[in-house]
Design a protein around this ligand. Structure first.
Ligand SMILES: C[S@@+](CC[C@H](N)C(=O)[O-])C[C@H]1O[C@@H](n2cnc3c(N)ncnc32)[C@H](O)[C@@H]1O
Length: 256
């Protein structure tokens, strides 16, 4: 996990938003976070107690509304709640806010970035590594069945979610799957709240509009987009160019 190295010299507070990955080993000598506060929408998302969050079943989880009472309860504290609305006890508490593969799932990302800024101490760092899912080739982020999601080759060609309208998508899917499966897939691809459907450029723009004066927003995992597809995409989405990016890394600093 190369991106963690950027934060290795951490010695104080730490907050992770979208905190499903269990990183208790970050208290080891190689990564010296003294405290880790996780804010995750546990109760309301499909991620609750799936494989990546199995540890939640063994942890004490507090409601974010009770943060003032439990903030100092332990050096690893998990709160169930929205990172776009943090209680006052979070203000200027952290050297770093780290978010891994979560920004693309946050519907009110501008508010999350605002809260991250407030939660940081002066000169604190915000780090996010996430997939700008919607603007990349496999933005059809659906979980209807195993052979029909963004990890599997199937009837959904690259950028199908951006090139087809919902009714066209339904037509394509219903030639491969029963109508109820096609219906559910269309619902998840275009309308579910599981992803926010921001394009790569939107993340950049949100950072530009934030209080963070110094930041970088870099595209990663770039795949080549065939010129004819790129032509269609830029015609349909004239304000967007970065359709090749599978990953987006944001590093931002709060002023001293
Ligand atoms: C793909 S998971 C990634 C989780 C974790 N960072 C990881 O890498 O395993 C996305 C996470 O974002 C969380 N999430 C979505 N919207 C959120 C919000 N507004 N506030 C806090 N967490 C949120 C979900 O609960 C989920 O745990």
């Amino acid at each position: 996990m190369g991106y963690f190295t950027i934060l290795t010299p951490l010695t104080k507070g730490f907050w992770k938003s979208g905190g499903a990955i269990y990183l208790a080993n970050c208290f080891s000598t190689s990564w010296v976070a003294k405290k880790w506060v996780s804010v995750d929408l546990i109760g309301q998302t499909h991620y609750a107690f799936e494989q990546q969050t199995a540890h939640y079943g063994r942890e004490t989880i507090h409601a974010l509304a009770d943060a003032a009472s439990y903030f100092d309860a332990d050096k690893y504290v998990i709160f169930d709640g929205r990172a776009d609305y943090l209680p006052q006890v979070f203000e200027q508490q952290f050297d770093a806010v780290v978010s891994i593969t979560a920004f693309e799932h946050m519907s009110r990302l501008s508010a999350v970035i605002r809260q991250a800024y407030k939660a940081l101490k002066p000169a604190g760092i915000l780090f996010s590594y996430h997939g700008p899912i919607w603007s990349c080739a496999v933005g059809h982020h659906c979980w209807v069945r195993d052979d029909l999601n963004f990890n599997r080759p199937g009837p959904l060609f690259d950028f199908a979610h951006l090139l087809l309208r919902p009714a066209e998508m339904y037509k394509l899917l219903s030639s491969h799957y029963p109508p109820d499966v096609a219906d559910e897939a269309v619902e998840q691809i275009y309308f579910s709240e599981r992803i926010n459907r921001l394009f790569f450029e939107d993340y950049e723009m949100l950072m530009r509009g934030s209080n963070f004066c110094r930041f970088t927003c870099e595209a990663y995992g770039a795949g080549k987009v065939e010129p004819d597809i790129l032509g269609k995409l830029t015609c349909l989405y004239p304000r967007n160019r970065q359709f090749h990016a599978y990953g987006c890394q944001i590093v931002a600093f709060r002023d001293k």
